[in-house]
Design a protein around this ligand. Structure first.
Ligand code: ADP
Ligand code: MG
Length: 274
């Protein structure tokens, strides 16, 4: 592309709330055929609210104390709950998994359930489940609901009208993934749930292996590798620093609707016939 076209494209995108860190990316965006979307914080607001909990006082205090050390959207919602105060010093965060801490010589884990089986009623309601364990023993759980972004379904529709296939990649459970996918219009066979951060990159790679350009959009630490591996990586501006640093573009105002708008700007600016 000519430098002038890159400046025009970058400028038009920034007016739409899409800040371009890598000028080549705005040109590549026009060639994208598949858009892979993270769920939590990307298709949803990333502001989960507590819907249900079933755990004893000690486990609740531990969960709140541990989550107050994390920046994960789930952590913020849990850290707000009122309970007996408890101090924990060294909490280890495992990206896409949850938190671990030693408290009075005992190992506690707060995060992704070991098995989803016992939570079928929560999964049916589309809730995200955070399990609290002491050693290997399950001490209870919290269930959260994260509202879908108001612009998400029209954003997916706009992608389809540009001939682009939307795909979901989430670490969350299949019930919650299915509920969001149905609401926004992503086909069930294009939903990947209960996956690890490295699987998000594998999904990017497997789409690229079909010979198409792939755009990935996400907000979390668990999206960083996939954002880097994609032909175009787009971070949600309210997301984590790691996601923003890994991306070619950042959505600073608005939401996922900016993706289709950015692609349309690219096609117009570089006037590629497809
Ligand atoms: P997504 O891909 O949808 O953004 P993540 O990969 O961040 O989701 O998280 C996947 C799952 O891991 C969550 O649904 C949750 O069960 C668990 N998890 C991750 N981080 C935390 C945390 N800080 N606290 C509790 N649970 C967590
Ligand atoms: Mg996310």
């Amino acid at each position: 592309a000519t430098p002038m076209a890159l400046i025009t494209g970058t400028g038009a995108a920034s007016k739409k709330g899409l800040v371009i860190g890598n000028a080549e990316a705005i040109q590549t965006a026009g060639d994208v055929k598949v858009v892979i979307l993270d769920k939590t914080g990307t298709l949803t607001l990333g502001r989960p609210a507590l819907a249900h909990m079933d755990l004893d006082r000690r486990a609740l205090s531990v969960a709140i104390a541990m989550e107050s050390m994390s920046n994960h959207p789930l952590a913020k919602a849990i850290a707000e709950i009122e309970a007996d105060p408890l101090d924990v010093s060294s909490v280890e965060e495992i990206v896409g998994e949850g938190l671990k801490a030693l408290i009075d010589g005992e190992e506690w884990t707060v995060g992704r359930p070991l098995s989803m089986e016992r939570y079928s009623d929560q999964l049916e309601l589309g809730r995200t489940v955070v399990e609290v364990r002491l050693g290997e023993g399950v001490r209870g759980f919290l269930a959260l609901e994260d509202p879908i972004r108001p612009e998400a379904s029209s954003a997916i529709e706009e992608l389809r009208s540009l001939g682009i296939r939307p795909v979901m990649a989430t670490g969350d459970n299949r019930g919650s993934a299915a509920l969001v996918a149905r609401a926004v219009g992503i086909d069930p066979e294009d939903v990947h749930s209960e996956i690890r951060p490295e699987d998000k990159l594998s999904i990017v790679r497997s789409e690229q292996a079909k010979g198409v350009k792939v755009l990935m959009v996400g907000d979390g630490m668990n999206d960083a590798a996939a954002l880097k591996g994609a032909d175009v990586g787009v971070a949600i501006g309210s997301g984590t620093d790691l996601a923003i640093d890994s991306a070619d573009m950042v959505i600073v105002s608005g939401g996922v609707d900016r993706i289709a708008q950015g692609i349309a700007i690219s096609r117009k600016t570089f006037s590629v016939i497809r």
